[in-house]
Design a binder for this molecule. Structure first.
Ligand code: PLP
Length: 421
């Protein structure tokens, strides 16, 4: 493994004038837009997309960006312009894919609990592939498609019982997880439904988890999927693709991380055994490093035992990952103060004890009014935001080629209350 900063484009960098995003002053943006806010780098997104595309260049592949990581329209459009296709995880994400300009055939629709209405919508619009999570779902898709006079293109998600060695809350490929069908049952499920009217099998699907930081689980997943694909081919299933899902991790702590090239090197020998085109569904690896939450320190306090707190105007409502998985994010001052480093608990303003971004983190001194950036929050950040405590969704800004624009305005209380009687 190679240190991540040598291979990954990291857009947020300290300078003598403070933190910049692709050369644009973060302080200037925060002063004009207000905090909390998200800032993203278009260059970082493009670069991350390209690095995956390049790593798989020698093999027929399609990158379906996983909208669940970040589905803000401008970002989805940017990726479409790069040549990406879409992986949608709900009816809402399918609709966003359409509004971002994707053709139906460019969309794979995944998700463990799709409703009748979501299926009906996806089938009637002719979505490229529906990744079914159970035999029952395949049968329901077939029935809905027949009723609509359509044929749905489907794949079955298999659960290989492989430990992704990620956080338990984002591991999906163990038999204790709710996702997919047991690998050993898959062949029979395909066989039993090969001639079922209403569906056409076009692929097989696997996704063993997210933030995977070693290649071996990914290689094993690819091996399992390809072995199944070969069996299915023997059974006469006309597979157009094998879908490896997403999962490639990023270096939140700046430590060495597997690169797209290492990922490709691990899975390509397996894929070549079948020679079937591969679908990839990366999310985090494309947008994770590209985003930061910018917050303002709104309070400082110190307990008699010496514990010191910096309270931010951003909390788990803007960035839920630390409260949800205890995840680590680097925290950097936007305009650093002089002085030795001190140990700080950096917390949010929400009435929950889990609303903590960092405990006993060594930071340069922070005072009320200072801005800080929580880095590597482009994935699973803004998409998980909530209105808890009647807080308003933060605005999002995209920096592109030295300019910046607001790609989602700050929500107002009127926006929220418009839904209520
Ligand atoms: C089915 C599926 N595909 C793709 C992804 C994207 O994963 P990641 O962001 O780790 O690449 C996920 C996320 O968990 C997923 O559930």
């Amino acid at each position: 493994m190679i240190p991540c900063e040598k291979l990954v484009y990291l857009p947020f960098q300290p300078t003598t004038d403070g933190l910049v995003c692709d050369g644009v002053s973060v302080h200037t943006i925060a002063a004009q837009v207000g905090t909390p806010l998200y800032i993203y780098s278009a260059a970082a997104i493009r670069e991350a997309y390209r690095s995956i595309d390049t790593a798989f260049a020698a093999y027929p592949h399609a990158i379906h960006y996983a909208l669940k990581a970040n589905s803000t329209l401008a970002i989805v459009r940017l990726l479409r312009a790069m040549g990406s296709r879409a992986d949608a995880n709900s009816g809402g994400e399918v609709e966003v894919s359409f509004r971002a300009g994707f053709a139906a055939s460019d969309i794979v629709f995944t998700g463990v609990g799709k409703t009748h209405d979501e299926h009906q919508f996806a089938i009637s619009r002719g979505v490229g592939t529906i990744n079914a999570e159970s035999a029952g779902e395949l049968d329901r898709i077939a029935a809905i498609a027949r009723a609509l006079g359509r044929e749905a293109r489907v794949a079955l998600r298999v659960n290989p019982d492989i430990d992704a060695k990620s956080h338990p809350n984002i591991s999906t490929g163990l038999k204790s997880n709710k996702f997919g069908v047991p690998l050993q049952e898959a062949r029979q499920i395909y066989r039993d439904r090969l001639n079922l009217q209403g569906i056409r099998f076009v692929g097989v699907h696997i996704h063993i988890g997210s933030q995977i930081t070693t290649t071996e689980p990914l290689r094993r997943a690819a091996a399992a999927l390809v072995s199944l694909a070969l069996e299915l081919r023997d059974d006469g299933v006309p597979l157009e693709h094998v879908d490896l899902g997403g999962g490639l991790g990023i270096a939140y702590e700046g430590r060495p991380m597997i690169t797209p090239a290492e990922y490709a090197a691990a899975v390509l020998p397996e894929l070549r055994r079948a020679g079937i085109p591969v679908v990839l569904e990366p999310g985090r690896a494309i947008v994770g490093h590209a985003g930061a939450v910018i917050a303002t320190v709104v309070d400082r306090k110190q307990y008699p035992d010496g514990r010191r707190f910096a309270v931010l105007d951003a909390g788990m409502t803007e960035l839920m990952r630390p409260a949800l998985y205890g995840s680590f994010h680097r925290i950097v001052p936007v305009l650093p103060r002089a002085g030795g480093r001190i140990s700080l608990d950096v917390v949010g303003p929400i009435c929950e004890s889990s609303d903590v971004f960092a405990r006993e983190r060594d930071l340069t001194p922070l005072e009320v009014g200072d801005h800080v950036a929580l880095l590597d929050t482009g994935a699973y950040g803004a998409v998980m935001a909530s209105n808890y405590n009647r807080r308003l969704l933060a605005p999002e800004v995209l920096v592109d080629d030295g300019r910046w624009e607001i790609i989602r305005r700050r929500q107002t209380l009127d926006d929220v209350l418009a839904l209520e009687s």
